[in-house]
Design a protein around this ligand. Structure first.
Ligand code: ATP
Ligand code: MG
Length: 374
């Protein structure tokens, strides 16, 4: 087809919809040139449970995006969600070789921090440095070149179930797509909607999806907490359908016009407890950002303000040009985040910011999943 410029495609395989976003790298910068979305029927709580239905939804979404962009999509960056995704904090310590911290020391200390006992069926997706400590000096972001004898790293580790990732890759492959990278969905959404100020001051991003609610806490520029809770907007619709004895589709229409207070309040209270349990409630100076399709429900902001302390704001994808009007919906946050991550990793992009590569190396992540395929 017509287009020649390199493309980056983000594919968000959600419980409610599959969304595909195509960005083109041009000499002038990056532009969104295509969007596709289709109803998703093959997932439960963010995890693939029906391969055929998922492949079909992926095909539909990517074909729609191809038509709009006038291109052929061959490879994608995929978001993995579902409540098999788990995040926790860890740390490691090493002795500095020589008297100045070098790249080798940083590599060793990150290896030490990620040396954790994991069940056979899980793998590490991301090792995200929070801070380094050289001797007694803490709060260091870039330790290379500093004098010292002891190097410590505090990190946030995100793990996922190997089989869930494999099934997702399998679905993409069957839809004729090569998977360039797989990211934890919640981190992708954070990449798309949070401002640098919020990341510094402390913020919790809540992605209200159809099958799950994803929570990410960012403070002092680093990820502090990640959780995927197995409750989403679909539960509100199911409740409503049962109470009113209406079909799911009719209940869905009703829900989008009228927020269902008790269920949403329950969900937010669940999230608040999760934030308190994780010891993050006190770092949220910038408050709460709501995104995902559920954030489009009427009055959902006001309801969140009642449960959490304000400020609460709606998060839509930032940092874009091109089809901004279409893509500036909370539903596309994850897909846009996948594109932005792809841009930072792409060797053809020379103007990425300091966050480049923060979500970790592709090779290792993919290897765990591909290991059992060959
Ligand atoms: N315009 C709207 N108004 C109100 N609610 C909406 C609107 N559009 C979508 N929703 C709700 O948003 C939810 C779907 O959000 P989203 O598309 O972010 O989910 P998903 O990413 O497919 O699911 P998950 O992330 O849980 O796997 C559904 O519960 C749906 O009812
Ligand atoms: Mg989602």
């Amino acid at each position: 087809m017509a287009r020649r410029a390199p493309l980056i495609v983000g594919l968000d395989v959600g419980t409610y919809k599959v969304g595909a976003i195509v960005a083109e790298l041009t000499a002038q910068g990056t532009e969104i040139v295509g969007i596709g979305s289709s109803t998703s029927k093959g997932l439960r709580k963010g995890v693939v449970v029906n391969i055929e239905a998922t492949v079909e939804a992926i095909r539909k979404a990517t074909e729609e995006a191809e038509l709009m962009a006038g291109c052929e999509i061959r490879s994608v960056i995929v978001g993995s969600a579902g409540n098999h995704i788990k995040g926790f904090n860890s740390h490691g310590v090493v002795a500095v070789k020589g008297r100045e911290v070098g790249p080798g020391d940083v590599e060793r200390v990150l290896d030490a921090a990620r040396a954790i006992a994991l069940p056979m069926d899980r793998q590490v997706l991301h090792v995200l440095p929070q801070e380094f400590i050289v001797d007694d000096q803490d709060g260091i972001k870039e330790p290379i070149g500093m004098a010292g004898v002891r190097l410590e790293a505090r990190v946030h580790i995100v793990t996922g179930a190997i089989s869930s990732g494999q099934n997702l890759i399998k679905c993409c492959n069957r839809a004729g797509l090569h998977v360039r990278d797989v990211l934890a969905g919640p981190l992708a959404a954070a990449e798309a909607v949070l401002t640098p100020e919020e990341r510094e001051l402390g913020v919790a991003l809540l992605d209200l999806g159809g099958g799950t609610t994803d929570v990410v806490v960012v403070h002092a520029g680093a990820i502090r907490h990640t959780a995927v809770l197995p409750v989403g907007g679909g539960h509100v619709t199911t409740d409503l359908a049962a109470a009113l004895r209406t079909p799911f589709a009719e209940a869905e229409r009703l829900k989008q016009r009228e927020v269902i207070e008790p269920r949403m309040e329950e969900l937010f209270t669940f999230v608040r407890r999760e934030l308190e349990r994780a010891g993050c409630a006190h770092v949220l100076t910038s408050g709460i950002v709501l995104t995902g399709g559920g954030a489009a429900m009427q009055q959902v902001m006001a309801l969140a303000e009642r449960v959490f302390r304000p400020p609460v704001r709606l998060g839509v994808p930032l940092h874009l040009s091109g089809l901004v009007d279409v893509v500036a919906s909370p539903m596309y946050s994850t897909a846009v985040g996948l594109v932005l991550h792809g841009l930072k990793q792409d060797p053809r992009m020379r103007h990425g910011d300091g966050m480049r590569g923060q979500l970790g190396a592709v090779g290792e992540r993919m290897m765990g999943w591909l290991r059992e395929f060959f």
